[in-house]
Write a new protein. Structure first.
Length: 140
């Protein structure tokens, strides 16, 4: 649809979870495909995502040589959720790292890695989430 200020405009925009700016969908990279090949985009705009530190290839290779990624078909114990999961797909075990420094923390299950990312690696937010779960934080 044309970007002419019509009421559909709001459906073509998205607010970046990092910078908080409302931007058009094409300012976000494709993350994956949903049902019926519907395109799902990252919650962070391309500009903010590009500022996140990636794991340098040399460090990744050194780490993976020293601590090999679990092989598909083997069991993996996630240190965060404390569950043993069968490693079935390439992306169900992730090499977690600090997005500010690039420092590698180790392997996590995909669910825990994504959850930490959704909290923007912010320990204060995670502490509030714990208080919420314990019933010690109210929203009124």
């Amino acid at each position: 649809m044309p970007r002419d200020g019509s009421e559909w405009e709001t459906y073509e925009d998205k607010i970046c979870t990092t910078c908080g700016i409302n931007k058009p969908f094409d300012a976000y990279s494709i993350n994956q495909y949903g049902k019926n090949n519907r395109i799902l985009r990252r919650p962070v705009c391309i500009e903010c995502y590009s500022k996140k530190k990636k794991i340098p290839s040399r460090l990744r290779n050194e780490y993976e040589n020293r601590y090999p990624r679990p092989k598909i078909g083997t069991n993996f114990h996630c240190p965060v959720c404390d569950k043993i999961k069968e490693h079935k797909f390439n992306n169900d075990i992730c090499l977690d790292h600090n997005h500010d420094t690039g420092e590698i923390r180790g392997y996590l299950c995909g669910s825990c890695n994504a959850s930490i990312g959704k909290f923007h690696e912010d320990t204060e937010t995670l502490k509030r989430a714990i208080l919420w779960l314990e019933g010690k934080l109210k929203n009124y």
